[in-house]
Design a protein around this ligand. Structure first.
Ligand SMILES: C[S@@+](CC[C@H](N)C(=O)[O-])C[C@H]1O[C@@H](n2cnc3c(N)ncnc32)[C@H](O)[C@@H]1O
Length: 212
């Protein structure tokens, strides 16, 4: 199975992405604390679409090992630069496709937690991606996601993103719905244990789902 979305857009905007301030720092801290509260010191974690690694750098000290991946080389270079300053020893960044063998755990044991933040709406087939990520988990392991859900406002965002793409200002974006996202989780053998908006943002769904 392959995803053919180009990494060129993300590579080009990596510096800008790294420099941008958080939209809502308070909501981010609350959300991060919630993610940390469901992790254990013994957990082996995979994050896909990690960008410049800000969240991985914050989460890694709370688990045993943390592998963070992104397909845009410049995103990973910046993540590694940040890591070199104050990164935890158990954190490793890798530039690769989410379906790559490189992301299989070295010891063959599935992950305790797999994460994807602001990511699922950017892949060609979000349902296949959810299934793939679920496949990387041990039974009882957690898939933790935050996803931009634009489907209810597709009439605004489809033309807007289309126009932005003409000028190289946006990547391809899937119009994912919150309900659809729930169904993807269920079809992938996951049970949703927590679901809410990210802060006040009704278009960003934070979901914690457990593999049966
Ligand atoms: C919106 S950014 C989110 C970054 C980070 N997770 C965060 O929350 O700040 C999306 C990231 O996903 C990566 N990405 C997009 N599509 C991808 C794909 N098909 N495979 C791997 N990475 C992808 C991009 O390179 C980018 O770094």
């Amino acid at each position: 199975m392959t995803q053919n979305t180009s990494s060129a857009f993300w590579n080009k905007i990596a510096e800008k992405y790294a420099a941008r301030p958080l939209d809502d720092p308070e909501a981010y801290e609350v959300w991060l604390a919630q993610v940390i509260s469901c992790l254990k010191k013994t957990d082996r974690v995979l994050e896909v679409g990690c960008g410049t690694g800000s969240t991985a750098l914050r989460l890694a000290p709370h688990v045993q090992s943390f592998l963070a991946a992104d397909f845009a080389p410049r995103m990973i270079e910046i993540a590694e630069e940040k890591w070199a300053t104050d990164g935890a020893d158990n954190l490793r960044f890798v530039c690769t496709d989410p379906f790559s063998e490189e992301l299989s755990p070295a010891d063959g044991e599935p992950y305790d937690a797999v994460m994807a933040f602001s990511f699922l709406h950017l892949v060609d087939a979000p349902d296949q991606m959810v299934q793939h990520l679920a496949n990387q988990l041990r039974p009882g392991g957690l898939l933790i996601t935050k996803t931009v859900c634009l489907k209810q406002l597709a009439f605004v965002f489809v033309p807007l993103i289309g126009l932005m793409r003409l000028f190289g200002k946006a990547p391809p974006v899937k119009m994912v719905g919150a309900k659809e996202l729930d169904e993807m989780m269920l079809s992938a053998g996951l049970k949703i244990v927590e679901e809410q908006n990210f802060g006040q943002k009704v278009l960003q769904r934070f979901i914690i789902a457990r593999k049966a």
